[in-house]
Design a protein around this ligand. Structure first.
Ligand code: AMP
Ligand code: GLY
Length: 425
């Protein structure tokens, strides 16, 4: 089989490595891919993930048997719809289902209509009304741009002054472009955060191993928000009781709500959850695999990934047993110094060839230049190790990070510490 994967980050590298385990796979094309992914797939750097016409033309002219659309932008732009029209089976939701991530107003209204637990909220399309509402609000409060904003459209002002600045920045200065035409202002919730990615064909749902992201740039959860500086799986805060409650009160009702709205969700649905004293609540939905959650979840998957993705597309997921390895995985992101602010690119990577078998380096932001790999993005590599325990996985992931070099290499040194403390109870 010939496969096509849309995207070019660490998440896509993890998906591609897992797809390659299927013996029927001949060629995997990555559009655009990156320097490191080129070791595992045929990359096409000239076709970007948002270039829907070129992706569809490429799929038609390269006898693609199955396509995986991984990032949010092409999903929201209807890449899966267009591939389906061209007769190409795909993994990923169509555009109207991708709204569950692409519009926070859509997802919040969905949760309210169907009684799915989430933070209380109000929607505003007029900055004057939003500013008036804030006068009587309590702080901290959460201000979210409606649309996709590269994961940066959420602000948590601590007082009225900061909140007014947030509304002005999103709605008047358009810091996140048209994403900020509408905003959601919602209640600030507290509790451990858990990411649960789930395979679903619209009716059946198979939650993957839970995970924990570390979104802030600095140790001790300080500094600006990033795309994610590291992950661990499973998340020790997510007990079997919490999982059962989420299934009953959140996962199944979400699928039923999407079906009832005429936009059944097929693909990977990502539940960003907060375990509050009042039970689990949805912080956000993503219409795709998380990055870097995928880099710890897929290494623990035992069942063949392509088989699962085909069952999702064929709506036969309910008939397929999906199995997981015991143990844990940890991923530490190596970023360019300065990220998530400005940073230099073009630094040569040095990665040893004799890393242990249970350690994998996923390439996120690099490119080939004169036969070498050089940095080309903020998050450069994700170093994942698996182990019998979380402690062992973390130790081996961190040991590998010390053997990988590039100028300006930046990493957090406390990935997994919160999870270890939760394990100690
Ligand atoms: P998002 O971009 O939606 O993932 O949000 C980024 C981060 O903001 C989340 O991971 C949470 O830590 C935080 N956040 C979002 N909504 C809330 C909320 N209602 N209460 C507390 N924290 C929140
Ligand atoms: N790591 C969070 C996300 O993929 O949105």
């Amino acid at each position: 089989m010939n496969l096509l994967v849309v995207g070019g980050g660490g998440r896509e590298h993890a998906i591609i490595q897992k797809l390659k385990e299927n013996p029927t796979v001949e060629t995997i094309y990555a559009l655009p891919g990156n320097g490191g992914i080129a070791q595992d797939a045929v990359c096409v750097p000239s076709i970007g993930a948002k270039d829907i016409e070129s992706i569809v033309d490429f799929a038609k002219s390269h006898a693609i048997d199955f396509a995986v659309v991984a990032p949010d932008d092409p999903l929201a732009l209807g890449c899966v719809d267009r591939l389906h029209e061209a007769g190409i089976p795909c993994f990923g939701p169509e555009a109207k289902a991708a709204r569950i991530e692409a519009s926070k107003v859509f997802s919040k209204n969905l949760m309210k209509k169907y009684g799915i637990p989430t933070a209380r909220y109000e929607v505003f399309n007029d900055p004057a009304r939003a500013l008036a509402y804030l006068k009587n609000a309590s702080f901290p409060i959460v201000v979210k741009a409606d649309g996709l904003a590269l994961g940066k459209g959420v602000l948590i002002p601590q007082n009225l002054q900061e909140a007014e600045a947030a509304v002005k920045s999103i709605m008047e200065d358009k810091t996140f472009g048209d994403s900020g035409n509408e905003i959601v202002i919602e209640e600030f919730l507290t509790g451990p955060e858990v990411s649960v990615l789930a395979f679903t064909d619209g009716t059946a749902i198979v939650p993957m191993v839970s995970s924990m992201d570390h979104k802030r740039a600095g140790d001790g959860d300080t500094g600006p928000n990033t795309g994610g500086m590291g992950t661990v799986a499973p998340n020790p805060c997510y007990t079997p009781e919490a999982a059962a409650e989420c299934m009953e009160r959140i996962f199944l009702p979400t699928l039923a709500a999407m079906r009832a709205e005429g936009c059944s969700f097929k693909g990977c649905l990502y539940f960003g959850l907060m375990l509050t004293s009042d039970g689990p609540k949805v912080i956000e939905y993503n219409c795709r695999f998380g990055d870097p959650e995928t880099q710890v979840v897929l290494p623990l998957l035992k069942t063949d990934l392509l088989t699962i993705m085909q069952a999702v597309e064929n709506e036969t997921l309910g008939d397929l047993p999906v199995e997981w390895h015991d143990g844990s995985a940890a991923c530490v992101i190596l970023a360019s110094g300065g990220y998530p602010g400005s940073y230099e690119k073009g630094k040569e990577l040095s990665i040893p060839e004799d890393l242990p078998g249970h350690v994998t380096v996923y390439h996120a932001g690099d490119k080939a230049l004169d036969g070498k790999l050089v940095t080309s993005g903020g998050r450069v590599l994700g170093v994942t190790a698996t182990g019998d325990t979380l402690e062992a996985a973390l130790k081996d992931a961190y040991a590998a990070t010390e053997r990988i070099h590039f100028e300006g290499k930046y990493l957090r040194h406390d990935i997994g510490q919160r999870a270890l403390r939760a394990l100690e109870g």
